[in-house]
Design a protein around this ligand. Sequence first.
Ligand SMILES: Nc1ncnc2c1ncn2[C@@H]1O[C@H](COP(=O)(O)OP(=O)(O)OP(=O)(O)O)[C@@H](O)[C@H]1O
Length: 465
Amino acid sequence: MPHTPILIIDDNESHIMLYGSVLNDAGFSTICARTSAQAIELARQHNPQIALVDLVLPDGTGNDLVATLRDQNPELRAIVITAYASVDRAVAAMRLGVSDFLVKPVDPQTLLNAVTNARSDRNHSLDPSLMTRDAPPLGGLIGSSRPMKRVYATIRAVAGSVATVFVTGENGTGKTQCAEAIHALSSISDGPFVPVNCGVLSQGDLGSAIFGYASDAQSERDQEKIGAAQMANGGTLFLDEVCELDAMSQARLLQLLQTSSVIPFGSVDAHPVKIRIICASSTDPLEQVKSGKFRADLYYRLHVVPIHLPALRERGTDVIEIAEAMVIRYAAKEKRPTRTLSHDTKTLLQNYTWPGNIRELMNLLWNCVMVSDGRAIEPHHLPTHMRENIPLAPIHTPQISLPTSLQDYLQGKTLSQIEREIIEVAIAQANGSIPQASLALGVSPSTIYRKLETWGLPARRSRKV
Ligand SMILES: Nc1ncnc2c1ncn2[C@@H]1O[C@H](COP(=O)(O)OP(=O)(O)OP(=O)(O)O)[C@@H](O)[C@H]1O
C-alpha cells in the first residue's frame, strides 16, 4: 500500500464518491479536492505520490494542474480522466509526463489497473540503486555489459507488478527473450505466455488471431475462435511488432486495456480477462505516433515501463560472452567437439557491427561449429564480409536469378518449398551474408534467420545454386 494517500481531483461529487469507494475498497487511502486551488493546497500538506485528475475543473484545466503538482513534486504520477478521448489531449498529457489517460465512464477495474501501474512505475523510477547496482543476468540472457545490467535491473523491478511493458530494440536484440524473462519472474508465471508477432500476419488474420472471432451461429464452420488475448488469461500476452497493428486492431487493443475484457470480431459479448501486456517494436514507436500510424492514446497506455535493448555492437565484450556460450550449445546440439574462439576470431567478432544482432551471431556460430575441424574457430571459418571488414551497407544489392522457365520451376512445388529455394538462392548469391540477402528480398534479416531456424539450418550452410 502507498504510504501517502491518493489525491482525487474532480468537481463532480458522484465521481469523487465512485473513485473514492473503488480505491478505498482496494485498500488505498484517498483525499479529495473539488478545485485546482484546493488540490495544490492538499498536495502541499500530504505530498501524495499519485493524483487522479479530471481534465475540466472550475478554476483551470487538469493539464495545468498536473504541471503545477509535478513542479511541486516531480515524482508525482498523475492519472488524467477525460470525457473525450482525442489524440491531441493524449499527446498534451504525455508531454506533461502524465502516467495514464482514462476516458469516462471509467470502470472500477480500469481505474485500479491505472493506479497499480502508476504505483509500479513510480516504485521503479524511484529506486536509483536498481539502475546502477550490478544486476546479475537473467535466465537465458547472457552478457554483463553495463547497458545490459540496467536492462536486467529494470526487468527485475517491473516483474513484480503487472504493469504494461514496452520493449524496443533492433531486430534480434532479444525483445522476445526479455518478455519471456519478465513473465518468468512475475507472480503470474504459472499462467500462459502467449506471443503474437504482429509483423508476420496479414491484417485480417492478425485481428482475429489476437481478439478471436465469433461467426454466424447458423454457419457450419467453427462458430468461435479464441484469440491470443483470451488464451493469455491469467498470464502474459506478448505483442511483438505492435506498431504493425491496423487501426481497427489498435482500437480493440485500447478497449482491452480500458475494460480488461475482449470482444471477439463478429460478437458483442465481452469476455473479461486478467492479463499483463508486454509489447515490442523494432522501430521507434514515438515516430509511428508522430506519423499518425499508431494511436497516441494507445502508445501512451502501452508505454508504462519502457525497456530499450541496446544493439549487440553497443554491448562491449558481451559479444564474446555470448559467442563462447553458443559454441558450447551448438557443439552439444550437433554432437561435435567443443572448440574455442581464437584470439583473432574474437577480435573480428568484437569489431563487426552485427546488423542482425544476437540472431546473426547465433547463426554464424552454428555454422562455425559445423565447418571447423581444428581445436579453435579461426578467422577463415568466418564469412568473407566479416574478415575483410566490408561495410555494412552493400555497394550493390545482389540480383536473384531463378531458372528461366518459370512454369518448369514451379511444377509440383509447394509455396513453402519455393520460398525456401528463393531464400537459399539469395543467401548463396550474397556469399552467405544474411543482411545482404535480406536487402535483395526486401525483408528484415530476422525473417530469414527465423526461417533458417525453422528449417534447422545455420545461416551459411545454405545451398549454392
Ligand atoms: N542476451 C542474450 N543472450 C543469449 N541469447 C540471447 C540474448 N538475447 C537474445 N538471445 C537469443 O537471440 C535470439 C533472438 O532473440 P529474440 O527473438 O528475443 O530477438 P527479438 O529482438 O525479439 O527479434 P525480432 O525483432 O526479430 O523479433 C533468440 O534465439 C534468443 O534466445
